[in-house]
Ligand binder design. Structure first.
Ligand code: GTA
Length: 150
């Protein structure tokens, strides 16, 4: 059966600027990925909750929680690694957009976890998107970091 995600390269908007390869290699990695990035998580969501939710798609090999590089506390994302491609696709199909801790989470195919990718890349230690936000988001530390500094 043709995969729903065979044109994934066209529908995945995220491009990791630190991927050590060409655009073609990046797209190829996404099409074969058995890792997903989970975004828009609450800072209070635990690895156990992620495990429980994503186990519905299939057997999980490993979860890596995203951490603030200064505080070493969860900063609203994680990587979930599966054993099989089918289970990975099911997680993107059925779990993306569902509610975890009152928030719609986003599941995105990922080129593969490497040591260092668990840290937020924002200047304040958390995720880049939390630097620039101007809304108040109690699940993600309140206002964005730049607004807090004003
Ligand atoms: N597979 O969607 C994703 C994804 N994201 C958002 C982060 N990661 C992702 N992986 C996949 N899909 O390992 C991974 C990263 C890294 C870890 C932490 O999570 O590969 P990060 O979120 O702290 O930093 O990453 P990243 O991804 O390098 O941030 P990026 O792409 O610059 O910006 C994220 C968003 O921030 C942008 O989409 C934009 O909305 C906003 N943003 C960035 N710069 C600005 C700016 N100057 N002004 C306003 N908004 C900005």
């Amino acid at each position: 059966m043709a995969s729903l995600f065979k044109d994934l390269a066209k529908i995945s908007a995220y491009r990791d600027r630190r991927f050590p390869g060409t655009q073609e290699e990046f797209e190829d990695a996404l099409l074969k990925a058995t890792t997903v990035y989970v975004g828009n998580m609450s800072f209070y969501t635990t690895e156990e909750q992620v495990y429980e939710l994503f186990s519905r798609a299939g057997e999980i090999k490993k979860i890596v929680m995203g951490l603030d590089k200064n505080c070493k506390t969860p900063c609203g994302f994680c990587f979930v690694m599966f054993y099989s491609r089918d289970d990975t696709e099911d997680s993107a199909k059925y779990i993306s957009g569902t509610i975890l801790d009152d928030r719609p989470i986003r599941v995105d195919f990922d080129w593969g976890f490497q040591e260092g990718r668990q840290w937020g890349r924002g200047r304040s230690g958390g995720q880049v998107r939390d630097e620039y936000r101007t809304d108040y988001d109690p699940g993600r530390g309140g206002y964005g970091k730049l607004v807090q500094k004003e």
